[in-house]
Design a protein around this ligand. Structure first.
Ligand code: URA
Length: 431
């Protein structure tokens, strides 16, 4: 096959700070996906993009080219409006678990195609897979059936959903090119647009435990993603939210499922409940859905729990089964009394990862029971000798490195000392 361009020509254009043309972008994304452009050539282009950026037209075209590398799903057979949420990921971010069934209970259809975790933030599928029997891989027909019957489905994205992104993401991971806003935005939005949702709320995390620790950069990423969604005809909004402190009181797969079920039962930690309700209302509003009931009522009256149980059962899971627990545990204690003033989400995330809750290579298995329970958060009064964390793992040799990660992970000041925290919602960006 004669190629329309040479990769060297495209790489040198971006190296020399020119904008890539639409045909150049269409060609390079397609040629890389079918193997006609080598990894080393795409690596050079990715680095040039990281260093020299892309203008909005280029990002939008790049996103379209990634969507066109696979199939776009569609849900016209449903009698409800579709709406989804995407989080850029954070420590203890289990919000998808209570949120998807909650929005379903309020009248939305939530087609949540998720991934597995890599690094210090957990993946939604890893969490759901700690439920005995639950199956992540569904055919398109099964997905539609679960969505129709339960109003929400959480499952693995199929191989034909933006396959260019799968290849590009793996390459970015090993070439230090993950952190480029055009590449992050196009990666996330190509999958969300290809997923076929008609409305989308983005939860862009910022703070130490997020992948964009600087709030200004997080807001910029949010704006680029909202623009991509709107250009593609998806009603899109973004919230920039705090990830300086872990969300809730658990980080780890089964531990986070347990906490999510507490929220669905009308309890759970206040920050998880608050963010779940804010995102649920935002999703319903963005999609233009008149809620069947207020989301807070759906948590209290069991409607969201009923949707959760139906959704879990529809994918082979037993929502009433005992969740797995780890074989070993140890604790970390406060050494002085006072008010906790800070807790570093990144350190807690790395520690949970080292305990076996996350993976360091694609394809590695994770431990369902591994992770951390947090017994005090910033603002809480603590006493000397009080347990702050309980660490869980199946393999006790993992404790040493996990404890090392937690060194200086929280501070205790005098009683009533000022707490240094980001507000939960930092900014809202509308399309
Ligand atoms: N999540 C994605 O799907 N892609 C990125 O580039 C970063 C986070």
């Amino acid at each position: 096959m004669t190629e329309a361009f040479s990769a060297v020509e495209v790489i040198s254009a971006k190296r020399d700070k020119y904008s890539l043309t639409d045909p150049q972008i269409d060609w390079i994304v397609d040629a890389y996906t079918r193997g006609a452009v080598a990894d080393e050539q795409m690596s050079a282009l990715l680095m040039a993009i990281l260093l020299n950026g892309m203008e909005p037209r280029e990002i939008s075209r790049w996103t379209d080219a990634m969507i066109k590398s696979g199939k776009r799903m569609e849900w016209s057979a449903l009698d409800r409006k579709t709406v989804d949420k995407h989080s850029t990921g954070g420590v203890g971010d289990k919000i998808t678990l209570p949120l998807a069934p909650l929005v379903a209970a309020c009248g939305g259809a939530v087609p949540q195609l998720s991934g597995r975790g890599l690094g210090h933030t957990g993946g939604t599928l890893d969490k759901m897979e700690s439920i005995p029997g639950w199956r992540a891989s569904l055919s398109n027909e099964e997905m539609l059936k679960v969505l129709k019957d339960c109003g929400a489905v959480i499952c693995a994205a199929g191989a034909d959903l933006a396959p260019a992104d799968k290849k590009l993401y793996a390459l970015r991971d090993v070439t230090a090119t993950v952190q480029a806003i055009p590449l992050i935005a196009s990666s996330i939005m190509s999958k969300k647009i290809a997923e076929g949702t008609s409305a989308l709320v983005l939860d862009v995390k910022t703070g130490s435990g997020a992948f964009m620790s600087d709030p200004k950069k997080a807001a910029e990423l949010a704006r680029v993603m909202v623009e991509l969604g709107v250009r593609a005809g998806v009603k899109t909004r973004a919230l920039v939210t705090a990830m300086d402190v872990p969300l809730g009181l658990t980080a780890g797969n089964a531990l986070e499922v347990r906490e999510s079920v507490e929220v669905l039962a009308g309890g759970g930690p206040s920050d998880v409940v608050e963010l779940t309700l804010i995102l649920a209302r935002e999703m319903l509003d963005t999609a233009g859905i008149k809620p069947l009931m207020d989301p807070a009522d759906a948590l209290k009256n069991g409607a969201a729990m009923d949707s959760w149980k139906a959704m879990v059962r529809a994918q082979g899971g037993d929502p009433d089964a005992k969740l797995p627990t780890a074989k070993q545990s140890t604790q970390v204690f406060a050494t002085s009394a006072g008010t906790m003033t800070s807790m570093d989400a990144m350190k807690v995330g790395v520690s949970a990862w080292r305990l076996g809750a996350g993976r360091s290579r694609q394809g590695e298995t994770v431990q369902a029971g591994a992770g951390i329970e947090i017994h005090a958060k910033p603002g809480d009064a603590v006493t000397a000798g009080q347990a702050i964390y309980t660490l869980h793992t199946d393999e006790s040799p993992r404790f040493a490195r996990a404890l090392e990660a937690l060194e200086n992970s929280f501070e205790v000041g005098t009683i009533g000392a000022k707490v240094d925290r980001l507000p939960l919602i930092i900014e809202k960006i509308e399309g």
